[in-house]
Design a protein around this ligand. Sequence first.
Ligand code: CUA
Length: 378
Amino acid sequence: MNHPPHAKFLQLLAVFLLVGVTFASGQSAALTVPTPNILDTASPNAAEVSKLFWLVMGFSIFVMAVVVAFMVAGIVGGIRDRNHDEEPPQTHGNLKLELAWTIIPMVILAILLVPTLRAIFILDGFAAPENAIEVNVVGRQFWWEMTYRDSGVVTANEVVAPVGTPVKLNLASADTMHSFWIPQVAGKTDLIPGNQRTLWFTPDREGVFHGQCAEICGDSHANMRLRLVALSPEKYEAWLAAAQKPAEPPQAELAVAGSQLFIEKGCVNCHAVQGVNTYNRTGPDLSHIGSRTSIAAGILPNTRENMIRWLRYTDTVKPGVAMPNLGLSQEEAESLTAYLETLTLPGFDIERAFGDAPTRAASPQPDDTLEKRVENPR
Ligand code: CUA
């Protein structure tokens, strides 16, 4: 094929435009669900990261503009000269140019280094203020365990924290590498087996902020999500007090039967429930599962229908999950769900504490393949 050079350039331009439009339309669709947007920050720590983002973005745009300007000048010049037969003047080496394209990037990198190092030191866990609430976070395939150092409260996949008080997280892994990332409050930090990392942040407004494991860790890496629930200090104190008490015992017949199944089916061997058994940490603590906003590590809103599905088809909902498929009947799953629904924070309604905030909204990118996967287990 012997297209003139500018035809090829136009083809390339068309491809770029197409890719750009595709991305842009994907973006606008994504904005209709809660998005963990790094630029919509909810802590001064994340604001620090987004400042860095804009600084790097500014230099990148500047460099791109210069490169594109030269490129366009070259292309336009080439197209204009295309009928000339004689060879253009040949040159070799250009000290001034070479010095320029060595020194300018060095200066740009040096300018970026200073605020980057500053941000690294500010955001590291050792810089956390003295009054920080300390939470030990353990990443597991494929969920998160949170233990509050002072109170011993254990939660799963949700960090509950007060607005205005620093939170320091001690991050560890029980198996492979994971990465803790709630973009609106803090940058990613890897969880490395045998190595404790730390990070901290101070939530600066109420809300539910979505996060995601950001290090490939196995089959359900993408299904290893988490949330920060930031409450006002008064609501947080009420939550903390409630979280230290066992849920009210079940009353309804179905729920009582479910509490029996919980023991008979062996759920109790992996999951701790305050007032039922001592801590067993193979699976998430279920003491207040009924008050949690999501189940299955943040992939499903905590509704009756989802819980039944999750109990019956664990391995299809979340490939690679440690919880076995117990082959529960629909009736057994309904009964167990009725019991789990009674395991709520005594005297504390997280939804009411939250007003009409979308606590039970699905995670970003709601999983619409779930139905299909449940119908056609692999
Ligand atoms: Cu844990 Cu990816």
